[in-house]
Design a binder for this molecule. Structure first.
Ligand code: GRF
Length: 216
């Protein structure tokens, strides 16, 4: 099987995109990133993609009258590139059922919490307010409900004394950079199978969970 043609959708900084670009440079990685699309022209992630020699496009939501026409433009770009898998990496637009269903089981996202806890925005502030001892990140298949869908990989990250949302976000982000390439590898390699809205990893292994220790 050839490498799966993969697109990454971003809106900003693109540090998770960078982790995916770095990981997929390995010739044995089952995914190849063929296109990076941003809905914002100034997104730094576009520079990261260009540095890596990956084609980029800006599909600016503001150029379209409504979500369906914006998503049709995304879809045309993806189909023209023969894309097989789509990764959302800090993509800040909610996608409608039109797009999500077109990419069902081929569309993955990373979220900076241990889902189903703390979906949506301001996850780190909410985790701190709740007093949880661990938070983390989740790579999951996308469904129409925001930040829900079959879980592929999670990492647990401790909340430490004196954390504020920024400090906690930085610790979780390191975990994200480790998890997303693993999640993409499992999906592109065909090892992550969905059974009854739970992900089963081929070979009977448990889905990967990673714990990031405070001293790492
Ligand atoms: C990450 O924390 C990701 O989990 C969330 O948005 C952030 C994007 O950061 N969905 P980056 O653009 O990948 O640096």
């Amino acid at each position: 099987m050839g490498r799966r043609r993969t697109a990454v959708l971003i809106s900003g900084r693109g540090s998770n995109l960078q982790a995916l670009l770095d990981a997929t440079r390995a010739p044995d990685h089952p995914a190849e990133i063929v296109r990076v699309i941003s809905n914002r022209a100034g997104a730094f992630g576009l520079e990261r993609a260009a540095q890596a020699g990956v084609a980029t496009s800006v599909v600016a939501h503001r150029d379209y009258p409504d979500r369906p026409s914006f998503e049709r433009a995304l879809q045309e770009r993806l189909l023209a590139d023969g894309v097989e898998l789509v990764c959302l990496a800090g993509f800040m637009r909610v996608l409608t059922p039109y797009f999500v269903d077109a990419w069902r089981d081929r569309l993955i996202n990373i979220h900076p919490s241990l889902l189903p806890a703390f979906p949506g925005l301001d996850t780190h502030a909410r985790a701190l307010a709740a007093g949880v001892r661990f938070t983390g990140c989740t790579v999951h298949f996308v469904r129409t409900e925001v930040d829900l869908g079959p879980i592929i990989v999670q990492a647990a990250v401790p909340v430490l004394e004196g954390d504020d949302p920024e400090r906690l976000a930085a610790r979780v982000l390191e975990a994200e950079h480790r998890c997303y390439p693993i999640g993409l590898r499992l999906v592109a390699g065909g090892q992550a199978r969905i059974e009854g809205e739970r992900v089963v990893i081929a070979g009977g292994a448990h889905p990967p969970g990673i714990t990031i220790h405070p001293d790492l």
